[in-house]
Design a protein around this ligand. Structure first.
Ligand code: PEP
Ligand code: MG
Length: 903
């Protein structure tokens, strides 16, 4: 039987396509949607897509093709030629094609594109004859040479730009469009020389040769540095490679009735339900995206060509109904006829995500679960990002120096730098940086990633700067054309204001305003409403947030608690939707006011009586703190952890403080220093800390338990419910827990008798020591809850110091030859190692105590990937810092939806 041939090439054209929208893994997002748009009858220029499998083969076989690929490309090319009635690069009736990359997940601008392929010195003449447009044909040829030279053969882009500039200068012309056919032929002659100088070869004339070289270049671009960096930054993993789309060319640069544009079916910045886009007449795609000419807003297209505009508006609604999400489209108008070149789900700001999804639910386009599943939890925190202080601007009569486009929202203030490298250097020194560039290119992403804000002088809402900054959640003002940068002098001039490198600038990415001065940035609207500084009715953002969080609340299973140690943090967390406190680190309460003195006295005490005296000073302070926290919680549970850190952390290191302490305690400075050094440990994280403190000094535990229970009774007397949960840290052996619990129970019984009143309470432990996880069944016989302290559990399981691992963990995670861990194990739980212990401990715990309450309170509790894991292993709640509570709620809801789908 003949072996079944692998299909690597998929054709689309004339209303029929071999691919479908579901084939994104194989055909890339662009290829799958070109096929899909063709099938639903939209005007798509015909072509074919080479699968990502072919790219994967090419990458893993040193640039060799899989068997049959070349033949399939040629067969599909022949099919395309027949359909178009033209032949690639023909001397009489030439077909020209574009060659574009397109992976399963979009990576805008990261990989390569070649347009107008098929031109050579003879086919260009045929194109002139066919189109009767000499200038257009020569312009297409020079663009092709430039793209092919740069992308395929690595001739530096700026060399082409400077050759073009030389010709413009010599002709006294400033715009590309002013060059006539003769000028363009001169440019081409220069390009030919340039190409030969760099490659040692003549520019290829054989169209098939051009085609395969271009296909190879696209395959190779999958592994170029910027594509790798982009995938790393955006956590894009597990893809085979890029597909290659070969499509018959349509021309936006055929004169004034032609043009090209990009549009979003809703506003990518705010999410507003309005058609939003830009176009340029007499231009090709790269002119819009590269930000070389500033494009026109889409509404003005109606005046240029009402039919095309109406057709586009119709397509906008067809696409939204078809894909049920906001689309990002590319189109070209060739001599008054519209063609669709791409559609994909639009990248957008988190503000736009929120609004578009809430409105789509309200419009009946999608259901709530779809909305929840789509909004990126990793981005959600940006909703609470700061904005420029409007009152400060008003009060100080500050005026903007200029206004560009509001390309990416958020307020930012920092010192200006003009190159990405300098921005990275200064950010590493801890400075807040605003990166100011004429325009940005993919090489600048490192600088953009560290910048507080980005400003460009050229380019529109879809320029590289705008797209990338939005993706990063970095405030950006683009196309601020009044800014003139002098790169050599490291200065800029804008409407009479001069600024130098290092001067302050503030930008408002919501409006596009630029200020040549320092302006404080303050809380987001949501935070202001929650704090009572703004009326709910004044904020549309708050409405969307509140509506969306109501959907989230309906769906999620996991509880979301917070790590908080002050009433203020507790109130903020409750406003964000926290359902309790999962970790109150009591030691944080010891640093305020003169409490530190009392704890120091306790540490320095030489006997029980002196220690109890110091503890009795602390008791009312702790009790007061707990009362305030219980009040803020209004009946929600509060897990309060007993003293955890090694005691030396509370003693002063500097001479003045030691002196002061010695005076207060009637000791000598030497005695204080001596005690400090006696407490010194080589491995404090594995030393005298956690429950070990309570075991050696039970009076500390007894004071803290008394403070908790008395506070609870006092608050209950005020008519407010309380649910204290006393948590013993760093237990490794159930006997440690039993010892501590016995002391706690004694104190509690005593207080109940003293007060003649009881409260509900729980006593449980943290699981932070691997031994505790391994023997969780024994501990669970005694404990009413476990809270996984995954910071210490990670430290002790992986053997990585929490405080010192940064020097090697970066490379462990990021270096392409290492990647031993998928993510920083202190940020995202190491599922295969630490996660296995958590899963095991949860099962063991439930095996002896089916009622046991299980949660996580390490830093991982606010990380969406960890939250998905916690949902899967059946924990009851996660606990995280107040500002991560909404993120955790969303991630918990997404986990529930994923779990439902998996069933
Ligand atoms: C932990 O170890 O995960 C934890 C929450 O405790 P801490 O960070 O205070 O050690
Ligand atoms: Mg810990």
């Amino acid at each position: 039987m003949a072996e079944k041939k692998t299909k690597y090439v998929y054709f689309f054209g004339s209303g029929k396509a071999e691919g479908t929208a579901q084939m994104k893994e194989l055909l890339g997002g662009k290829g799958a949607n070109l096929a899909d748009m063709t099938s639903i009858g939209l005007p798509v220029p015909p072509g074919f897509t080479i699968s990502t499998e072919a790219c994967a083969y090419y990458s893993s076989h040193e640039g060799a093709y899989p068997q049959g690929l070349r033949e399939q490309v040629l067969e599909n090319l022949a099919k395309l030629e027949t359909l178009m009635g033209a032949k690639l690069g023909d001397n009489e009736n030439p077909l020209l094609v574009s060659v574009r990359s397109g992976a399963a997940q979009s990576m805008p601008g990261m990989m390569d594109t070649i347009l107008n392929l098929g031109l050579n010195p003879t086919s260009v003449k045929a194109l002139i004859a066919k189109t009767n447009n000499e200038r257009f044909a020569w312009d297409s040829y020079r663009r092709f040479m430039q793209m092919f030279g740069d992308v395929v053969m690595g001739v530096p882009h700026h060399e082409f730009e400077s050759a073009l500039q030389d010709v413009k200068d010599s002709k006294g012309k400033s715009l590309d469009t002013e060059l006539d056919s003769k000028d363009l032929q001169e440019v081409i002659a220069r390009y030919q020389r340039l190409y030969k100088r760099y490659t040692g070869e003549e520019f290829p004339v054989d169209p098939i040769d051009q085609l395969f070289k271009s296909i190879n270049a696209v395959f190779k671009s999958w592994n170029n540095e910027r594509a790798n960096k982009y995938r790393q930054m955006n956590d894009i993993r597990g893809l085979l490679g890029t597909a290659v789309n070969i499509q018959s060319m349509v021309f936006g640069n055929m004169g004034d009735t032609s043009g090209t544009g990009v549009a979003f079916t809703r506003d990518p910045s705010t999410g507003e339900n309005q058609f939003y886009g830009e176009y340029l007449m007499n231009a090709q795609g790269e002119d819009v995206v590269a930000g070389i000419r500033t494009p026109e807003p889409i509404e003005t297209l109606r005046a240029v060509n009402a039919d095309v505009y109406d057709q586009l508006v119709g397509i906008r609604s067809i696409l939204e109904k078809h894909y049920k999400d906001m689309q990002d489209i590319e189109f070209t108008i060739q001599e008054g006829k519209l063609y669709m070149l791409q559609t994909r789900n639009g990248k957008r700001t988190i503000f736009s995500w929120l609004r578009s999804q809430v409105e789509m639910v309200e419009e009946g386009l999608i259901d709530k679960e779809t909305a929840i599943a789509r909004v990126p939890a990793g981005e959600f925190g940006k909703l609470f990002a700061p904005i420029l202080d409007a009152k400060y601007i008003r009060d100080n009569g500050l005026n903007e120096v200029t206004r560009g486009l509001n390309a990416s929202p958020g307020g930012a203030c920092g010192q200006i730098y003009f190159t990405a490298d300098k921005a990275e250097e200064m950010a590493a020194l801890g400075k807040d940086v605003i990166l100011v560039r004429a325009e940005t290119s993919p090489e600048d992403i490192g600088g953009m990633a560290v910048a507080k804000g980005v400003v460009t002088c050229r380019g529109g809402m879809t320029s590289h700067a705008a797209v990338v900054a939005r993706g990063m959640g970095c405030p950006c003002v683009s196309g601020a054309g009044d800014i003139h940068i002098n790169e050599a002098k490291k200065t800029l001039e804008v409407n009479g204001t001069n600024l130098s490198e290092g001067d302050y600038m503030s930008i408002d990415g919501f409006t596009g305003a630029v200020y040549g001065t320092k302006i404080p940035v303050r809380s987001s609207e949501i935070v202001q409403v929650l704090n009572g500084h703004m009326k709910e009715s004044e904020s549309n953002l708050f409405y969307n947030y509140k509506t969306f969080m109501a959907y989230v609340q309906e769906v999620k299973r996991l509880g979301v608690y917070t790590n908080a140690d002050t009433p203020h943090d507790t109130e903020m967390a409750v406003a964000f939707g926290a359902e309790g406190i999962g970790l109150c680190r009591t030691e944080h309460m010891f640093f305020g006011g003169n409490r530190i003195m009392s704890i120091r006295k306790m540490i320095l005490a030489n006997n029980l009586i002196a220690r109890e005296k110091a503890l009795s000073e602390l008791l009312p302070m702790q009790r007061g703190d707990f009362e305030a926290i219980f009040l803020a919680l209004e009946g929600r549970p509060a897990t309060i952890r007993l003293l955890d850190p090694p005691l030396h952390e509370f003693l002063p290191n500097d001479h003045t403080s030691r002196h002061e302490l010695a005076l207060q305690m009637g000791l000598t400075v030497e005695e204080v220093a001596q005690k400090s050094s006696a407490l010194h440990e080589f491995n404090p994280m594995l030393g005298f800390r956690g429950c070990r403190l309570a075991i050696i000094y039970p009076e500390i535990l007894r004071m803290q338990v008394r403070a908790i229970i008395e506070a609870a009774i006092n608050v209950k007397r005020k008519g407010v419910d309380v649910l204290p949960e006393i948590m013993i840290p760093l237990v490794g052996n159930y006997k440690e827990f039993v010892f501590c619990k016995k002391h706690a129970l004694e104190v509690i019984e005593k207080i109940f008798n003293e007060q003649g009143m009881k409260v509900h309470y729980k006593i449980g432990t943290m699981i932070e020591v691997p031994r505790a996880a391994i023997t969780a069944d024994e501990i669970a016989r005694e404990a009413e809850f476990f809270s996984f302290g995954t910071n210490d559990l990670t430290q002790m399981t992986c053997g990585f110091s929490r405080d010192d691992a940064a020097s090697f963990l970066g490379p462990y995670v990021n270096d392409t030859d290492k990647q031993f861990y998928d993510y920083d194990p202190f940020a995202t739980i190491d599922i295969d190692g630490v996660g296995k212990l958590v899963d095991m401990a949860a099962k063991l715990g439930r095996s002896t105590n089916p009622e046991i309450k299980l949660g996580i309170c390490g830093e991982h509790g606010g990380d969406p990937k960890t939250i998905a894991f916690c949902d899967k292993v059946g924990l009851d709640y996660v606990s995280c810092s107040p500002f991560r509570v909404p993120i955790a709620r969303l991630a918990a809801a997404q986990a529930s939806i994923a779990a439902k789908k998996a069933k």
